[in-house]
Design a protein around this ligand. Structure first.
Ligand code: NAD
Length: 503
């Protein structure tokens, strides 16, 4: 059945500034396309400096209002209401997300629920939050006074956009900041739901602001705005590098969640059926447009041929098609520009390795799950992030070689290790250069744990209390309990000046 246009699509997408939906000051717009058909279905306001200035000014005013001063319990109540509202419209959200991103509907639904969970988690965390106090018996008590930083600039990518926005919005708001969100230009649709959700939940006007538009204009203006003291960014490593440089003159707080080329290492002693399920899912779920995708599968030589054959067989049977069909496993890639990039890598891969499944573009933005085997570590498809349904499989002969292969790229986001040898599992996991490692599991997150990448995959960690740390300043307050005599400068008997004799 062909994809149905969702009912009740907005006529156009606007910014949301100070509680109002508004067009760009200069009236500029950009086209938004439906990935499944490639058709332009909507115009969105394209923000620039003037729109960002208005949004930041509104957020600053709101920061002077009641929001940062609310008791954590009261902000927590608002956040739980946000979670309730997301849950109550999860199917609608998934429908819009699928329409705008090309993600399979069942997976988009899972992401909508994760977005609600992010709000619940941070709602609970700020209520449970405690801060350090230090005693020097009889002399001093020192404590940490934590306070929100001000206007948080949040810049997000197009893969699972609503969920990734929630990952930043929830801790930023929970800690009492006000925000300006700049969602990805490929996928602005689901972000247009935030304003209504926040209003209904009781978030005061001006606390949440959203400016749509391109990275080089709207994003850049946010990064360089002097009244935005921190930027939380998720996107490509090259963009992260640019933002880092642009934020440097302002000495902003930065959290960078960047690209990945994560290894999934399969040892011969592993439960191979589970490893197959997880490694296939790990790279082809979310259309392969996933920062933590296990896009390099390293397999021990003893089981290599058998594993590659089974992998290729499974990949070739993955159901590709209409993203709104619940049976679909891989949908349409987000945008023709991105398809061109992925297709370019597939052509490069054909010259670098053995194509054992996929490699086709049946139509439009659809790419079949593509498996390359015998991929050499120097190959570009081994080294570079493709961010699509393409996997590189490489054999290894020893633990040392597997580790060198796993670590032999510039990225360091995630790692997946499959073995039933307890000692090897931990020894190997602890040596993998990755911010997050899963042993005998696909990517299942505990929201309390640190999230972030090493090397070119990121800077700083969010997740649990680390997000609270990022979105707050910690001021040390020192209190003297007893007398605390100071050296008495200026109280001595001598003359006010006294210099050594000159030669
Ligand atoms: P991107 O870097 O092109 O864009 C991300 C966001 O940055 C967009 O909103 C974009 O408009 C904005 N932007 C672009 N140039 C900018 C500039 N000069 N100044 C300010 N903002 C600018 O990334 P993308 O293509 O949207 O997303 C895919 C990338 O995101 C992949 O590399 C993926 O691995 C990464 N990602 C990382 C994580 C993580 O948690 N580590 C999660 C999801 C995606």
């Amino acid at each position: 059945m062909p994809q149905q246009t969702p009912a009740g699509l907005p006529g156009r997408i606007q910014h949301h500034i100070d509680g109002r939906s508004v067009d760009s000051v200069d009236g500029e717009t950009f086209d938004v396309i439906n990935p499944a058909t490639g058709e332009v279905y909507l115009q969105a306001a394209s923000g620039g400096q003037a729109d960002v200035d208005l949004a930041v000014a509104a957020a600053r005013r709101a920061f002077a209002g009641p929001w940062p001063k609310l008791l954590p319990r009261n902000r927590s109540r608002v956040l739980h209401r946000i979670a309730d509202l997301i849950e109550s419209q999860d199917e609608r959200l998934a429908e819009l997300e699928t329409w705008d991103t090309g993600l399979p509907i069942t997976q988009a639904l899972g992401q909508a629920r994760r977005a609600a969970e992010n709000f619940r988690f941070f709602a609970d965390l700020v209520v449970a939050q405690r801060d350090d106090a230090y005693k020097v018996p009889g002399r001093q008590v020192n404590y940490v006074n934590r306070r929100p930083k001000g206007v948080a600039g949040l810049i997000t990518p197009w893969n699972t956009p609503f969920m990734l926005e929630s990952w930043k919005l929830a801790p930023a708001l929970a800690t009492g900041n006000t925000v300006v969100l700049k969602p990805a230009e490929f996928t602005p649709l689901s972000a247009s739901l935030w304003a209504g959700i926040f209003r209904e939940a009781g978030v005061p006007d001006g606390v949440f602001n959203l400016v749509n538009g391109f990275g080089e204009t709207a994003g850049d203006a946010l990064v360089k705005h002097p009244d935005v003291p921190l930027i939380s960014f998720t996107g490509e490593s090259s963009t992260g590098r640019l933002i880092f440089a642009n934020a440097a003159p302002h000495l902003k707080g930065l959290s960078m969640e960047l690209g990945g080329k994560s290894p999934a290492v399969v040892f011969a002693d592993a439960d191979l059926e589970s490893a197959l399920d997880a490694t296939v899912f790990g790279v082809f779920s979310l259309n392969g447009e996933r920062c933590t995708a296990g896009s390099r599968v390293l397999v021990e030589r003893a089981v290599y041929d058998e594993f590659v054959a089974a992998y290729a067989e499974r990949a070739s049977r993955i159901r590709v098609g209409d993203p709104s069909d619940p049976a679909t496993e891989v949908g349409a890639l987000v945008h023709p520009e991105h398809v061109a990039k992925v297709a370019g890598y597939i052509e490069i891969g054909k010259g670098e390795a053995r194509l054992v499944a996929g490699g086709e573009r049946p139509r439009g933005n659809y790419v079949t799950p593509t498996v390359f085997a015998d991929v050499k570590p120097e190959a570009r498809i081994f080294q570079e992030e493709i961010f699509g349904p393409v996997v590189a499989i490489t054999p290894f002969d020893s633990d040392e070689e597997a580790l060198a292969l796993a670590n032999g790229v510039r990225y360091g986001l995630a790692g997946y290790i499959w073995t039933n040898d307890l000692r090897r599992a931990h020894t190997f996991a602890q040596q993998v250069e990755a911010g997050m490692v899963w042993l005998n599991s696909n990517n299942v997150r505990d929201l309390r744990t640190p999230f972030g990448g090493l090397k070119a995959s990121g800077l700083g960690h969010e997740g649990g209390y680390r997000s609270i740390d990022f979105y707050t300043d910690q001021q040390a307050v020192h209190i003297a309990l007893g007398d605390s005599p100071s050296p008495r400068f200026g109280a001595g008997p001598g003359p006010a000046t006294s210099f050594p004799a000159q030669k």
